[in-house]
Ligand binder design. Structure first.
Ligand SMILES: CC(C)(COP(=O)(O)OP(=O)(O)OC[C@H]1O[C@@H](n2cnc3c(N)ncnc32)[C@H](O)[C@@H]1OP(=O)(O)O)[C@@H](O)C(=O)NCCC(=O)NCCS
Length: 168
């Protein structure tokens, strides 16, 4: 099992990681526009990418104050490789990477209800205040859970979050 970082996701990797089912993120019904990631973290097993975690850097506004966060998204493991700890491994790596290499104070991700516990076990916390995301028709309240993970024991400030971006 090996971590690999790339700026690009190949078509073959995309098919293997994301093409194993219909609506694998369970979010199709929300009809949201999503944002591409800047960096791709892969867990390779026998020289093939079995897990992917995408990262991007972005400034959000919390209670009117700008804050640089690492956006985490596109967390996926190919179907036959699930339940072996690969996503846990990739998420731990992504958490360390964003704090130490990118120097952000927080990571921020979107997820649906069944996965909240998975991320909580990895140190992520649900944002309780409203989060406004951008969509082609203008800003809307996020219909997904928003979770943050602090670096260096920071505390997430209270207040309305304006993403100023499509979600990721
Ligand atoms: C979520 C996902 C990335 C986990 O990948 P993985 O490599 O199997 O993860 P790990 O082996 O490290 O951990 C497995 C844990 O995932 C969690 N999990 C996975 N799917 C879940 C689901 N549908 N409901 C609740 N928990 C789930 C469980 O907590 C499980 O823990 P367990 O093995 O102790 O039961 C994988 O199931 C997947 O690709 N799902 C579809 C895409 C998706 O929903 N991604 C998350 C978007 S926020």
């Amino acid at each position: 099992m090996q971590i690999r970082l790339e700026n690009h996701l190949s078509d073959e990797e995309h098919r293997h990681l994301f093409g194993w089912g219909e609506d694998i993120f369970g979010a199709d019904h929300l009809n949201l526009r999503w944002r591409p990631k800047d960096l791709h973290i892969f867990v390779d097993v026998n020289a093939r990418a079995e897990t992917h975690v995408g990262l991007l850097r972005h400034n959000v506004a919390v209670d009117g104050r700008s804050m640089l966060v690492a956006g985490v998204g596109g967390v996926v493991t190919a179907l036959a490789s699930q339940g072996k700890g690969y996503a846990t491994y990739a998420m731990r790596y992504a958490g360390d990477f964003m704090c130490s290499e990118w120097g952000v104070d927080f990571g921020l991700l979107f997820c649906r209800d069944p996965l909240v516990g998975f991320y909580e076990r990895l140190g992520w916390q649900k944002v309780e205040d409203a989060v406004e995301i951008e969509q082609p028709g203008g800003p809307v309240e996020s219909p997904m859970n928003v979770m943050i993970r602090p670096c260096r024991e920071k505390s997430w400030p209270a207040g309305r979050v304006k993403l100023n971006s499509f979600p990721w």
